[in-house]
Design a protein around this ligand. Structure first.
Ligand SMILES: [Zn+2]
Length: 293
């Protein structure tokens, strides 16, 4: 991969917010016209599609231009986005269709959340769960997920928020999104990086913001900021026609201060970056620590 430079403290001058889910309202001229395939038969829009995945705590925001078949396909991506969140999603206790669960076979424990309580069932004593020195900690693995599917779940949110008149730039993005095991992902391409920071207090309701660049500079036209549970994410939207002439050898990514700043202490926080192109299933080490009250 080419070197990727991150730019700090320039995001507010280079990007502006074009859509925010807290003030979003759907465009009814698009109802029952799928954004992701040619479907327009109202009979094929029977299931409830969500603008943001339901498991992140979104009950209200529906997506009316997503047919049943596309909705069904995207639910696989959303499942992997949920698995990527790991044990923290159980601790956050956010209810989607149901409350999430986590099974750790190696360490013999099972965790679930129920009515705002976090429940742990240990079959045997283990080293994964510790309560000592006034701290509670868990060290486990996430369940296996496909990194590329995680990225697709996030790009799908961005395209759902996109202005209808901008959608013609994203034909290739839609092609990429529509084929789960696509062959057009460029393995080492910098546009498939996911920036992640963890927060100390979980959000019960998710927030997504679509950001657009304000002037000519050598970075992608659109970015998505997405917050749910303990996570703040930033991604870029791949295969945008308007990004075709960017110089990828001399590339910089402005990072949103909202994603990389710890809002509680108002200082720059540690963030992770992941390359999200692999289709092979992986798991991550997943750690959680909290002071006992
Ligand atoms: Zn469709």
């Amino acid at each position: 991969m080419k070197t990727v430079n991150y730019e700090l403290n320039v995001f507010p001058e280079k990007y502006e917010m074009v859509v925010n889910t807290t003030t979003y309202s759907p465009n009814d001229s698009e109802f029952n016209i799928c954004r992701f395939c040619p479907e327009t038969n109202p009979e094929k829009f029977k299931s409830t599609a969500h603008l943001i995945p339901e498991f992140t705590g979104n009950k209200e925001l529906k997506h009316y231009c997503e047919c049943d078949s596309c909705n069904n396909k995207f639910s696989k991506y959303e499942r992997d986005l949920s698995l990527f969140g790991g044990i923290k999603n159980i601790i956050a206790g956010i209810k989607g269709k149901k409350y999430p669960k986590h099974i750790d076979k190696k360490n013999n424990f099972f965790a679930k959340s129920k009515l705002n309580t976090f429940q742990l069932f240990e079959h045997k004593p283990n080293d994964a769960i510790k309560i000592e020195n006034g701290k509670f900690s868990i060290s486990t693995d996430t369940q296996k997920f496909k990194p590329r599917f995680v990225q697709k779940a996030l790009v799908k949110i961005a395209l759902s928020l996109m202005d209808k008149d901008e959608m013609n730039k994203f034909k290739k993005t839609i092609e990429w999104l529509s084929v789960p095991e696509d062959e057009i992902t460029t393995e080492e391409h910098p546009l498939f990086i996911l920036i992640e920071r963890e927060t100390r207090k979980p959000l019960k309701r998710p927030v997504a913001m679509l950001m657009k660049k304000t002037k000519k500079h050598n970075s992608p036209e659109y970015a998505l900021l997405f917050y749910y549970s303990f996570f703040a994410y930033q991604i870029w939207i791949p295969f945008n026609q308007s990004d075709a002439n960017l110089d990828y050898n001399n590339f910089s990514f402005p990072l949103s201060t909202l994603v990389i700043t710890d809002l509680e202490n108002l200082k720059e926080a540690k963030f992770n970056h992941y390359h999200m192109t692999k289709l092979k299933k992986v798991k991550l080490t997943d750690e959680f620590e909290s002071k006992l009250k």
